[in-house]
Design a binder for this molecule. Structure first.
Ligand SMILES: Cc1cc2nc3c(=O)[nH]c(=O)nc-3n(C[C@H](O)[C@H](O)[C@H](O)COP(=O)(O)OP(=O)(O)OC[C@H]3O[C@@H](n4cnc5c(N)ncnc54)[C@H](O)[C@@H]3O)c2cc1C
Length: 446
């Protein structure tokens, strides 16, 4: 039976596995996280609306009834295209898995445009870890402000800066504003959360540039109405624990005192793109995405498909539908259905700006406001994986959007500090024999 290895359990990986459900193949899905992540709702985990479980069901539970699929947890470090094997690690255990055909859907991470040190004080928004760390930082800033006595320090603690005015940045800025204005007033005695400043920065001259001028202007207007400070043409040149330094279009520099900074700008494709490019001669684009053939395979390797955020083809955007449709296309090829070249069918895009207000671009229609928000709601309910998650998500949305509450405000010390602590200890933490499972091993799967 043909052995299919899929790397990644995101939109590309999971939908590829599902599309092969009835195929006479043996699937091994390998991913470095044990869950499928619904990234579009990460900002709601960060701002206490949803729990992480609601947007990240366990992949093995999702594929439980799919008997031709095996799920393995592990980070892929190497793909040997000549030997047709994938090498992956879990703690200090190394496993090598052979394949006949391979689907690579390892997605993308955050890019700091060459300033990786910014990550220390401005976490990105790509994973559950990121969202929980940000939740701790956002709610923690209000807690610290409650304790502070110096007015300058309180202002710094209550100034939230979101870098990047794409959909993620806009949604994040809108939700922090609603948190401060609607959810938290009354909870504190020494501060008024409504005085919090939320600044949305971008180097570009507009917010939501990919939505076109009409929706971009409408979103910027609504953001200003709900008290988000939109600062455009502003380039971040430095940041530290207490502030962020910005260069404006006229070249002048200014510093914004801010404790909580969120990085929602820039993506860089998985390093596995380079691993594949070095062996196949395929090119990488500026974001590290690998240029595929028109049918999503790699040059000279009809057995390797790259889909989703890692792939560069026809300028298709890094969105969930490109990954899902690409995954289904690869699955069709594997099933021998000869689908030919991959063409992305754009079903439209949406972004919420605040409660009951979204922008939507569907075919030739551009609209914003409550109707767009209802459409956003319907689409997200359909695409959230799992019936249980759909029910509890809708309940949590009712708590936050109809009421004023936030059901998921828990933030632990470890969530805020663990990333930096691990960085401090260094990558040798596991390899130095600190592996709590103490089971060094190398296995080759048949
Ligand atoms: C905050 C945010 C909001 C977004 N909002 C929207 C939106 O509203 N609408 C929209 O259409 N799109 C949105 N997107 C984009 C969308 O989520 C991506 O385009 C989509 O997830 C891409 O799917 P993918 O399968 O290529 O990658 P991903 O979904 O990122 O999945 C990558 C998978 O690969 C695994 N992986 C990575 N490296 C390795 C490795 N070395 N070894 C093993 N496994 C590995 C990861 O664990 C993960 O399972 C958003 C993205 C973000 C970050």
């Amino acid at each position: 039976m043909k052995r299919i290895v899929i790397i990644g359990s995101g939109f590309g990986g999971l939908f590829a596995a599902k599309a092969l459900k009835r195929a006479d193949v043996e699937i091994t899905l390998i991913a470095k996280t044990s869950h499928h992540l619904f990234q579009p709702l990460l900002y709601q985990v960060a701002t206490g609306i949803l729990s992480e479980g609601e947007i990240a069901p366990a992949t093995r539970e999702v594929l439980r009834r799919q008997k031709n699929a095996t799920v393995l947890l592990g980070e892929v470090s190497d793909i040997d295209v000549a030997a047709r094997t994938v090498t992956h690690h879990l703690l200090d255990r190394t496993t090598v898995t052979p394949y006949d055909e391979l689907i690579v859907a390892a997605g993308a991470g955050q890019s700091y445009f060459g300033n990786d040190h910014f990550a220390r004080y401005a976490p990105g928004m790509k994973s559950i870890d990121d969202a929980l760390e940000l939740r701790g930082r956002i709610f923690g800033a209000f807690e610290l402000a409650e304790l502070a006595t110096d007015p300058g320090e309180i202002d710094k603690l209550l100034t939230f800066v979101v870098v990047g005015a794409g959909p993620t940045g806009v949604e994040m800025a809108g939700q922090i504003t609603e948190l401060a204005r609607r959810a938290l007033p009354g909870d504190f005695r020494n501060i008024d959360p409504r005085t919090a400043r939320v600044v949305l920065l971008d180097f570009a001259p507009k917010v939501l540039t990919s939505f076109g001028d009409h929706l971009s202007d409408a979103a910027a207007k609504h953001l200003r109405e709900i008290d988000v400070e939109v600062q455009l043409g502003a380039k971040v040149v430095d940041l530290d624990r207490d502030s962020i330094t910005v260069e404006d279009a006229d070249g002048s520099r200014r510093s914004i005192p801010s404790f909580c900074k969120i990085w929602a700008a820039g993506v860089a494709a998985s390093d596995l793109g380079k691993v594949l490019a070095d062996q196949t001669g395929a090119e990488l684009d500026r974001a590290g995405r690998i240029k595929t053939n028109a049918d999503l395979t790699l040059p000279g390797h009809a057995e390797i498909y790259v889909v989703g955020d890692m792939a560069s083809l026809n300028g298709y955007p890094g969105v969930a539908q490109v990954a899902i449709q690409g995954a289904r296309h690869a699955a069709k090829s594997i099933k021998g259905k000869n689908p030919g070249d991959f063409t992305y069918k754009d079903k439209g895009s949406m972004a919420t700006v605040s409660r009951f207000h979204a922008v939507a671009s569907v075919k030739n229609l551009r609209f914003h406001g409550f109707l767009a928000w209802l459409l956003w709601l319907a689409v997200h309910i359909v695409y959230i994986v799992g019936f249980k998650s759909r029910i509890t998500t809708v309940l949590h949305w009712a708590v936050s959007f109809v009421g004023r509450g936030r059901s998921e405000r828990v933030a632990t010390e470890q969530q805020v500090l663990a990333r930096l602590a691990l960085e401090h200890v260094g990558a040798d933490f596991v390899t130095l024999g600190q592996d709590p499972l103490q089971g060094a091993d190398t296995a080759r799967r048949a």
